[in-house]
Design a protein around this ligand. Sequence first.
Ligand code: 13P
Ligand code: SF4
Length: 349
Amino acid sequence: MNKPATLPDYTLPEERVPLYETEHLPAADVAALKAEIAELLKARGAVLVAHYYVDGHIQDLAEETGGCVSDSLEMARFGDQHDAETLVVAGVRFMGETAKILAPEKRVLMPAPEAECSLDIGCPPDEFEAFCKEHPDRTVVVYANTSAQVKALSDWVVTSSVALPIVESLDAKGEKILWAPDKHLGHYIQTETGADMLLWSGACVVHEEFKSKALFDLKALYPDAGVLVHPESPAAVIGIADAVGSTSHIIKSAQELPHDTFIVATDRGIFHKLRQRNPDKRFIEAPTAGDGATCRSCAHCPWMAMNELTSLAAMLRDESVMAANEIHVDPEIGRQAMIPLKRMLDFKV
Ligand code: 13P
Ligand code: SF4
């Protein structure tokens, strides 16, 4: 492998476009907003459930107020099991819908209910239903990053934490699988399990941008670095990884692997928790530039970044904003979607 003459140090903050609202806010304003939201959560009988990709201040607030910060599987589990009457979900829309499907009696609010996911957008329910009807002999397994309607059409919902063992167990029973929507995750699972899988052709705009050639070059600059990859990335990027898995698996691997430097191929929001848990280790963003780059996301989910402290506070202050930001799922769709979701939660790894 040729060592490149020079490559930017991806850790330099000067090179980064500011991502989150709090990067523009004075520290005193951030502290005041966090204190106000903590009070409002208490007053509203609400608990904050956040994903690892949202602003680190929202992640901290969730933990400080008895909520949770986690991957999408644990977000679903936490919302299902917690006894709060109101769940405030900081993430993208499918996460709020999942919380509502699992706990229809609870009020589910989102500071950014318009936050989408390219995988969800790329799998319209009517087209997906037609695809399923063409293949009635296949067990339908869908990724959690889908609408409630798509979940309602499935036999199993999975997240990247449990997709492998669930597909393995279906394969062991001789079942053929129809998989949607992420083609990269589907290809990875197919390769690992050898299962017969027919793949829908969706992709994540963030992970699809990681470039294997540029990653090889970066690895040449940091030969002792470990490489951590989310499986929504292309196969060539996954092929370079020392650990592949969900956001929580990436965080666990950074703690357990012996490397003191890691190149990380997933949304930048995860660096908050990685650095908190491993203050002595160095984390470098995997490159989204390089040959053939058309970077639209640059390792940054634009929808996750729509979750802001100011909108969270504005929502909790005002009943009419809460009503506008409430997540609703058609009760019949919700009943159907709950079945494959519960199957996932009940699955013993
Ligand atoms: P996790 O389930 O690994 O948290 O992933 C959710 C997601 O949207 C990744 O892009
Ligand atoms: Fe969807 Fe990708 Fe954003 Fe995750 S990072 S929410 S898969 S667009």
